[in-house]
Design a binder for this molecule. Structure first.
Ligand code: SAM
Length: 231
């Protein structure tokens, strides 16, 4: 993967960035996503934010090697602190991090959000707490995509502020739009997770030390929900 050839995962993220956007890619690592989008003429400008020095330097190098310093600002900053008022950001991508990490970045960076930005989120797990944050902060899920690459499942969640947002506990768990669409990859993902939950419950029964009842009930309920979903 590089600034020319993105992974399938980042290609699908790229496809969800509105054409002409002013993008803030937070946790940009090598800045492959903003550089590829700029090279293709698909975004007007970008900020690549990184909290860690090594990926920050890598992002600077990619931008410099592509002669894009005028169009992509690379900033060493924690989360949304990479965004400055003058950037006029219209889309924010947070990709390749756990859903809880993305949620925490959004929560602690609320002050940097104008409310009009489209969020393009690609969590690696932890989708439920991320969707809960979106709902509690008035973001409606506009689209959800699930893909499988190298045996891993990846979700892409696109959200924007809306007047009234309410999702049921099951919608937060499975994804409201994915539940409706029931794609083959979605069903395969939940079949795999059901097998894992059943194994976990069986291991609880064999465990030498008592597993807290609340934990058993939580996993048992998730297994019931998935069984109902797949029925
Ligand atoms: N976004 C790229 C992708 O999807 O391929 C890179 C993903 S990489 C696994 C996660 C990156 O997020 C790391 O480079 C890490 O330093 C950065 N990161 C983690 N927490 C961050 C934060 N609070 N603010 C900015 N960057 C962060």
């Amino acid at each position: 993967m590089n600034q020319h050839t993105l992974s399938m995962r980042l290609e699908r993220v790229a496809a969800n960035i509105p054409v002409g956007a002013r993008l803030a890619d937070i946790g940009s690592d090598h800045a492959y996503l903003p550089v590829a989008l700029l090279r293709r003429g698909l975004v007007a400008a970008a900020v690549a934010g990184e909290v860690a020095t090594t990926p920050f330097l890598a992002a600077q190098r990619t931008v410099r090697d592509n002669g894009l310093e005028q169009h992509i600002k690379v900033r060493l900053a924690n989360g949304l602190a990479a965004v400055e008022p003058g950037d006029g950001i219209t889309a924010i991508s947070l990709c390749g991090m756990g859903g809880e990490t993305i949620r925490d970045i959004l929560e602690s960076g609320k002050g940097y959000l104008g409310g009009h930005e489209r969020l393009i989120l690609q969590p690696n797990g932890g989708e439920q707490p991320l969707r809960l944050w979106l709902m509690e902060n008035g973001y409606a899920i506009l689209s959800e995509e699930l893909l499988r690459e190298n045996r891993f499942y990846f979700e892409i969640i696109v959200a924007e502020r809306a007047d009234s947002v309410k999702y049921s506990p099951k919608e937060l768990y499975f994804g409201p739009l994915q539940m409706q669409a029931r794609s083959a990859v979605f069903l395969a993902k939940w079949q795999r997770i059901l097998r894992e939950k059943q194994k976990t419950l069986a291991s609880f029964e064999r465990a030498l030390q008592a597993v807290p009842e609340g934990k058993i009930q939580e996993i048992a309920q998730q297994a019931r929900w998935i069984t109902e979903l797949l029925a």
